[in-house]
Design a protein around this ligand. Structure first.
Ligand code: PRP
Ligand code: URA
Length: 659
């Protein structure tokens, strides 16, 4: 995870004016997509199922609920989810508006159940049920399933005989503007291409006389949104449950992906803190509340994550104010009436990109996770899902209907669990999980390192020498010389804070007062064996330093250090000790050496190594924060055998030619 430099951290509140401007930016970012959901659901269902004001209010309320559930630690905005457009429309056709809204509430309950299970047994099971081969096709189905809606909105579907050229011009114009902003937009504009497209298309529609302003004239300035409440407006029923609820499987995966992306942007692992259980709980209760009030299911909004990334402002105060603005917008009657007058052609123009965009994201999941389509099992899973999801399948079992998209999700999950993997695939999967865990550990340690307490030599020559050292073709003689030489460079750096004594000297020309190092104040302690390789270089620089030895090797199984020798100068406690070891891997050996020295009464210790792993640095900084670490390179991570990656291999063996 890259370390982000935030202008404002999660809990920091900006000054009032800036706060309002930043919050409005978030409202703009979420607005286009959030209002599209009710419009498209109604268009697909052929009746009013959802309304724009309720969608805005439930998105705002949902975001506030999410902020509460995550204790204000995650700057996520929740807006209406595209994944549920078709399921809600189909659900409403099958089981009425009440049935569709019950389905939305059920999705919220599924999120909460998953959050509770994660709390109890962790989250690894999720990736087993929802691997990329299931998620990728599912996202494609969500996008492509919406394609016919876009086509009929533009007015070019095969059943339309008389083309309305004005509508086609508006749709093409909206498409072009959206595409141009996506391609060339700078800064904030790049985050709101759909909104810009809609506004531009709307203006052209007004010019071409395609907009009927009556709803705006008739609307009052303030109006209470048409909330649809259970037991008041309808009796909850599970008629659409199997059409809507299974999609939760996919949006949960989307939730994890979005939080992982945001974590990278803000340099804080949200999956750990506040934790996936809390973020899912927040998203789940928000979606339940949305269904309860008559709104669409919520989801984490990538548009707002982009705003956080661009502004470098991760303040939840800003997100919270944006949520309040969204709620207020829902009560502005004239405004929501204006939005409802957007012609279909405008929506068709943006949808041309938007739906494909969703589908392309599904492809990205498959490509980025290197799903291998030469394996028949993957072909079977993806093919059956795509056909079921896009072919208009629906199974009626008594009063319950399972529609195409949900059927595809269920079949995908089952096929993935049931179809046997060949041995090679199993091993590959295990390796992927192992690599992922190792990488995560390395990344997490890297994040937790106190960078100010570690000195990494930053010099082209050091980099050059290291490059030769790392090369597996470098022979013993050259390797040994380089270890010694780099040891010398490290010694120069470690002595930067040395206090020098004043002395009088005479140059061939005159007497001067000069400064010299009292070499008797130092001792070197190489960790046997490999540490002795660095010793030569240090002795060249401070020849009078005394030398102790600590012998230890790492147990190959446990990676714990096993000590076999310890001999140090009798006056060691009055000396500053430089511990030498080319490799700081798990940190076990280094920490043990420091402990022994501290037991001897040594007060000032420095640790010099050629290559450090983040895991070892973290351990040493935690156990011995007083010991400064000097290294020539801070590498990525450890592999499963405790070797540093990319590293240089086994330092001891390469110095002494023992392998
Ligand atoms: C290597 C290295 C360090 C230790 C680092 O020594 O020189 O002493 O491993 O690993 P750690 O940080 O995980 O403890 P090794 O045990 O291979 O012994 P050697 O020097 O005799 O080769
Ligand atoms: N010890 C080594 O010599 N090399 C490593 O990469 C780790 C520990």
């Amino acid at each position: 995870m890259s370390q982000a430099k935030l202008t404002l951290d999660v809990n920091e509140k900006p000054p009032v004016l800036k706060w309002i401007i930043l919050a409005l930016q978030h409202v703009f970012a979420m607005f286009g997509a959030t209002i599209l959901v009710p419009i498209l659901v109604n268009s697909a269902a052929g009746e009013t199922v959802l309304t724009i004001p309720v969608a805005l209010v439930t998105s705002g309320i949902g975001t506030l609920i999410y902020i509460l559930c995550t204790k204000g630690r995650s700057p996520v905005y929740l807006g209406s989810s595209f994944a549920f457009i078709t399921p809600i429309a189909v659900g409403a056709i099958k089981a009425g508006v009440g049935g569709a809204l019950t389905g939305v509430m059920l999705v919220g309950i599924i999120y909460v159940i998953v959050a509770i299970i994660i709390c109890i047994i962790g989250k690894d099971w999720l990736s087993k049920i929802l691997p990329p081969i299931v998620i990728g096709p599912m996202i494609m189905i969500i996008g492509l399933g919406l394609a016919p809606t876009a086509i009929s909105e533009i007015g070019i579907s095969s059943d339309i005989l008389n083309l309305d050229y004005k509508s086609i011009v508006v749709a093409v114009f909206t498409f072009v503007i959206t595409a141009v902003v996506m391609l060339n937009g700078k800064g904030f504009l790049k985050v709101i291409p759909f909104l810009i497209g809609i506004i531009s298309g709307y203006i052209l529609s007004v010019i071409l006389g395609l907009v009927d302003f009556t709803p705006i004239l008739e609307a009052s300035f303030f109006s209470i949104p048409d909330f649809i409440l259970p037991f008041v407006s309808y009796t909850p029923n599970l008629g659409a449950a199997m059409v809507i609820a299974p999609i939760a499987l996919v949006t949960i995966a989307e939730h994890i992906g979005d939080h992982t992306a945001l974590s990278t942007i803000i340099g804080k692992d949200l999956i750990k803190d506040p934790g996936l259980n809390r973020t899912l709980l927040g998203d789940g209760i928000a979606t339940f509340a949305a269904g309860l009030l008559g709104g669409p299911a919520n989801t984490t909004y990538g548009e707002n994550t982009s705003v956080v990334g661009m502004t470098k402002i991760a303040s939840v105060w800003v997100i919270g104010l944006a949520a309040i603005f969204a709620i207020l917008l829902g009560f502005l009657g004239k405004f929501t009436a204006l939005v409802s007058t957007i012609p279909n052609a405008v929506l068709g123009g943006v949808s041309l990109i938007l739906y494909g965009f969703i589908a392309v994201n599904g492809l990205k999941v498959l490509i980025e996770n290197r799903v291998d389509f030469s394996k028949s099992r993957n072909v079977i899973i993806a093919s059956s899902m795509l056909v079921l999801g896009l072919g208009g399948a629906a199974i009626n079992i008594s009063t319950v209907t399972i529609s195409g998209m949900s059927l595809a999700a269920i079949v995908g999950v089952l096929l993935n669990l049931l179809l046997p993997k060949d041995k090679e695939e199993n091993e590959e999967d295990e390796k992927k999980v192992e690599d992922y865990n190792i990488e995560k550990e390395g990344e997490e340690s890297m994040e937790e390192i106190k960078k100010e307490d570690i000195v990494v030599l930053d010099h082209p020559l050091v980099e050059h020498k290291l490059s030769i050292l790392r090369d597996k073709n470098t022979g013993t003689k050259e390797f040994r010389e380089l270890v010694s030489e780099l040891g010398m460079f490290l010694c120069y750096e470690a002595m930067r804070d040395a206090v020098l004594d004043e002395v009088e000297i005479e140059t061939p020309l005159q007497k001067i007062s000069s400064r010299r190092l009292n070499e008797d104040k130092y001792a070197f302690l190489p960790i046997l064996r490999a540490g002795t390789g660095m010793l030569d270089g240090l002795i060249k620089v401070i020849p009078n330093a005394k030398i102790g030895h600590i012998g230890m090797y790492r147990d190959e199984e446990t990676l714990e250090p096993v000590r076999y020798f310890f001999k140090v100068p009798s006056d060691i406690k009055s000396r500053e000790v430089l511990i030498l070891d080319p490799m700081l891997a798990t940190g076990g050996s280094g920490c043990d050496a420091i402990e022994q020295l501290k037991k001897e009464g040594v007060k000032k210790i420095k640790f010099l190594c050629l290559i450090a792993a983040p895991e070892g640095v973290k351990k040493m900084q935690e156990e011995h924060p007083d010991v400064k670490i000097y290294c020539a390179a801070l590498d990525e991570k450890l592999n499963e055998k405790g070797y540093i990656l990319p590293g240089l291999g086994d330092a001891g063996d390469r110095i002494f030619g023992t392998k």
